[in-house]
Design a protein around this ligand. Structure first.
Ligand SMILES: [Zn+2]
Length: 268
């Protein structure tokens, strides 16, 4: 069975079309909000969050999600009657994906894979903080106990978190979360200022942010152990929303930098 074939019937299903109708912008605030998700950080986006939608319409939306799930589960079972019974026994993902929570970057879908193939940690702007218990727990579990062979850190174009970091609006708690990105903006100000458009600036910032998260990843003792003992590979990519393609980044380091990193961060 083709892994991709699982998804095709749903993409064209009547339920999917019903869902799509429900998530089409319908309130004046939504209809006029600029550029979708990036508007989350805008005044228009804040007004949107305060809107009180019709409760009945919300129920319709929720029921549509349940209907969509039922149709999807049935279509998977039709193609592979044992899929869910086998899936319920254990998971054997070979990759840990660390990405942004953006709805347009669904890792399993864009990799052409299926449930059970990808262990996932997603947050706003795919940032790794060295002391963030959530990401540290995911890394420990997936690398040490599940035994994934690859870790992919994925940024993406048109990232709302990065766009917010290129502006100076005070948003709230998210500002603290975005601190590492603002530090990159500061460190690479000359290069970013030389770029003409916000799209170009945020795409370059996406690349820098992925590289930065990889640097944090490479200081994690569990990652260091797995790279040394069993050849765990780490990768950096940027997902281009306009093409649907992943663009790999250079993730190598010199022998000199490798020795310095191990000397500073390896623990036993
Ligand atoms: Zn994002």
């Amino acid at each position: 069975m083709s892994m991709r074939s699982i998804w095709r019937p749903i993409a064209r299903s009547a339920t999917s079309a019903r869902l799509s109708r429900h998530i089409v912008p319908r309130s004046p605030a939504r209809a006029t909000s600029p550029r979708g998700v990036s508007a989350f950080f805008s005044t228009a986006g804040q007004r949107m969050l305060k809107d009180q939608p019709d409760p009945d319409l919300n129920n319709d939306e929720f029921q549509a999600y349940l209907d969509g799930n039922a149709a999807w589960a049935q279509s998977v079972t039709d193609k592979d009657p044992n899929f869910f019974t086998e899936s319920a026994k254990a998971q054997y993902p070979t990759v840990l994906w660390i990405g942004c929570g953006d709805s347009r970057v669904p890792e399993t879908t864009l990799l052409g894979l299926k449930p059970g193939d990808v262990f996932v940690h997603r947050n706003i702007a795919n940032i790794l903080h060295p002391s963030d218990l959530s990401s540290l727990s995911v890394i420990e579990f997936s690398v040490k106990y599940v035994g994934v062979k690859h870790v992919i850190v994925c940024g993406h174009t048109q990232c709302g978190g990065l766009i917010a970091s290129m502006k100076n609006d005070r948003v709230g708690l998210i500002d603290s979360w975005l601190t590492p990105v603002r530090a990159l903006r500061c460190k690479h100000a000359d290069e970013l200022d030389s770029l003409d458009t916000m799209d170009a600036k945020t795409k370059r910032l996406a690349e820098l942010n992925v590289q930065n998260s990889l640097e944090v990843l490479k200081t994690n003792p569990i990652i260091i152990d797995a790279m040394r003992d069993r050849g765990l590979q780490i990768h950096g990519v940027v997902y281009n929303l306009a093409t649907g393609k992943l663009e790999p980044l250079e993730t190598g380091e010199s022998q000199e930098d490798f020795k310095k990193r191990i000397a500073a961060f390896e623990t036993k």
